[in-house]
Design a protein around this ligand. Structure first.
Ligand code: THU
Length: 159
């Protein structure tokens, strides 16, 4: 038996320590929690996806009484970007979330389905998507979607 470990590089910043453009993106994600439709979970998530040409697409989680019909904030933003600017690579995504008590202290990170969807865009464009995860304790910064989804199923075996 052999064993190997996979390290994930996570940088941890105070919000005002980030470069201005990253701060702006995080603040857009924070603002977008205000448009969440989440009467079932009462968990409001906002996402701001910046493209390589500077366009920003925004999203928030959208729920439904038929629970699986709803969609996460990250894919709401990403699918809007992909539909409206299909030829432009995503460059960075910021995510923020709050519950009934306020914004979460420890950053929330994207679910597996959102990681999978964004990873495919990262591969398709051959450009990493930086990930900025907001919490009141600080902001986690990861270099790519792949770093959040190691041992990936990326479709390359489909032939
Ligand atoms: N949710 C997101 O929008 N993004 C995440 O990263 C985690 C979860 C949403 C889905 C659902 O509307 C609510 O949060 C509770 O899971």
């Amino acid at each position: 038996m052999k064993e190997f470990h996979i390290d994930i590089p996570v940088q941890f910043f105070a919000l005002d320590e980030l470069p201005q453009s990253d701060q702006d993106l995080v603040r857009k994600a924070i603002d977008m929690t205000g448009t969440s439709y989440s009467p079932y979970s009462h968990f409001s998530v906002g996402a701001a996806l910046e493209l390589a040409d500077g366009q920003v697409f925004l999203g928030s989680n959208q729920e439904n009484a038929v629970f699986p019909v709803g969609l996460c904030a990250e894919r709401t933003a990403f699918f809007a970007a992909s539909a409206n600017a299909p030829d432009v690579a995503p460059a960075a995504i910021a995510i923020a979330a709050r519950n009934a008590e306020g914004f979460v202290a420890k950053p929330v990170s994207p679910c597996g389905s959102c990681r999978q969807a964004l990873l495919e865009a990262e591969m398709r464009f051959g450009r990493p998507i930086r990930v900025l995860l907001y919490g009141t304790d600080g902001v986690y910064v990861l270099p790519s979607m792949r770093s959040l989804l190691p041992l990936t199923f990326d479709g390359t075996e489909l032939v």
